[in-house]
Each structure stands twice: as C-alpha cells, then as structure tokens.
Design a protein around this ligand. Structure first.
Ligand code: ADP
Length: 258
C-alpha cells in the first residue's frame, strides 16, 4: 500500500488536520517485479551465446595475428571484437540493473589501497584512447573498505564517459584526496559539459541528456545509475559539477579506512 498525506487549513489559515489517501499498489509492484525478472532472465540467456562467440573471435584473432597481408580480415576481426565487447558491457549492465532492483546486488568488502586500483583502471582506459592523456594526482596512500570490482566499475564508468564526452580534448585529470574522514575521487574532463538543470538527472536509470546523444554518442544511460547505486550501497556520496562546454567533474566520496 502506498500512502500520501497533506495538511489542510481553514479559511482563516488555521491548521485543521490531515487528508490522507491510500492506494493499493500490489498490481504495480507485481508488474515491476515481472519486468525486472524478464530483464534478468533475458540478459542471462544472452550472456551464454555472447561468451561463446567472444571465445571464438579471440581464437581467430590469435590464429591470424601474424597474417598482416590480409588487411580486410584484420579489420573485420577487430570490429567484431569491439562490437562484442560493447554487447557484453550492455548485458552486464542490464544484469546489474535487475540485481539492484531486486535487492540482489551483493558487495564483497575488503580493506585495500585505492591508489593502486585507480592506477590499474586508468591504465586500462588509457589503452583505449590515443587522443587523451589521463593524468593522475594523489595526495597519499589511501585505504577504503569496499568492493574492489564494484569500485573499479564506477571508476571505469567515469573514465570512459570522460573520454566519450570530450571528443575535442586531449587531457583528463584524475585526483585522489582526503577531506576529514572521507576519501574523494574526482574525474575531470574538458568536454561538452552538462547543463545545470540536467546534472542531478544523469544518475537516473536510462537518463541521457536530451538532444545531443543520439547523433554523436552511443550509450544507454545505465552506467551512472549503476555507479550511484554501488556508491549508495557503500554509504558514500556521488555527484557531478559541470559547466556546459567547459567540461565535467564526476566525484565520489567514501569513508576512509585504517
Ligand atoms: P551513457 O553514457 O551510456 O548514456 P551514463 O549513465 O554513463 O550512460 O551517462 C548518462 C548520461 O549522462 C549520458 O548519456 C550523458 O548525456 C551524460 N554524461 C555522463 N558523463 C558525462 C560527461 N563526462 N560529460 C558530459 N555528459 C556526460
């Protein structure tokens, strides 16, 4: 049952009581659950064939890696591989959504040095771009008690977005610092930026900034939603500050560990 209430006042403006309403939302909840279950099942079913296709493509790539004479073959294999990686990312994102919505997103927490994870993740994303130089600055060695893989996912999302949404820039800055009891990670790009009235919406499920994405930037508006849920589950904070045309700074803060 969903309940809402409002105070009501007499003509003289005196408080007179509350008016409340209750709605039976059983059906709504059931259909939400069914939709969620469907997303979970469909993405799970898609995962198996994609994994097998990926394995064969990897095999072909390693078999023909020395065959530099056949340019068409090399080009085709690289393209297929790239597209499969994209599909795999989408399927894992959908699986994550279904886990979040059904309360099945579990965390494997451990205490670790965040500096190392940042360096590893930056390295991986750096390999995907020749145009951007990702510059990392760190204050000191900082530890957190968190799920390593899930945090890597958040950082990767920030970084790949920074690359994607700054097509004219040549630099991305990543900073790791500490303020009081919090460890703060900032990923700053010098790209297209986000209007102030849209900034709080980018963490919503399936939200994409209107008007510009479809033509130039591919995506599904899932990454930041999943990232914000991961940080929320760690009892941390996530936010963005941005200015249209001069770039965005995506940040998250977690309690520091000893
Ligand atoms: P996707 O990039 O797949 O659409 P995300 O959930 O990662 O999904 O991002 C949601 C939206 O937020 C994007 O569609 C984009 O409009 C906006 N956005 C995210 N990161 C940036 C950024 N660094 N600069 C500008 N806009 C961004």
């Amino acid at each position: 049952v969903a309940a809402t209430g409002k105070p009501y006042y007499t003509f003289e403006g005196k408080f007179a009581g509350y008016v409340g309403s209750c709605t039976d939302i059983t059906l709504r909840k059931e259909s939400e659950e069914m939709k969620n279950e469907f997303i979970g099942m469909a993405s799970h079913e898609l995962k198996t064939p994609i994994t097998s296709i990926k394995a064969y493509v990897q095999l072909l790539i390693s078999m023909y890696k020395n065959d530099t004479d056949d340019e068409f073959l090399q080009k085709s294999l690289t393209t297929v591989n790239k597209q499969i990686n994209k599909l795999t990312r989408l399927i894992t994102d959908l699986l994550d959504i279904s886990k979040i919505e059904s309360g099945r997103l579990s965390l494997n927490k451990e205490v670790f040095v965040l500096n190392e994870l940042l360096r590893e993740t930056i390295d991986e994303v750096q390999h995907t771009t020749t145009q951007h130089d990702i510059v990392f600055t760190e204050e000191s060695e900082l530890k957190v008690n968190a799920d390593r893989d899930r945090l890597a996912q958040v950082i990767t999302n920030f970084l790949t977005n920074a690359v994607k949404y700054s097509p004219g820039a040549d630099r991305i800055d990543v900073h790791l610092g500490r303020v009081d009891n919090e460890v703060i990670v900032t990923v700053r790009d010098y790209g297209i930026g986000i209007n102030e009235d849209e900034q709080y919406k980018v963490f919503n499920r399936f939200y994409r900034v209107e008007g510009r994405n479809e033509q130039t930037f591919s995506g599904f508006g899932i990454g930041l939603y999943v990232a914000s849920e991961i940080i929320r589950r760690h009892e941390g904070r996530i936010w963005v500050s941005s200015e249209k045309k001069s770039g965005s700074a995506f940040c998250f803060a977690l309690q520091a560990a000893n």
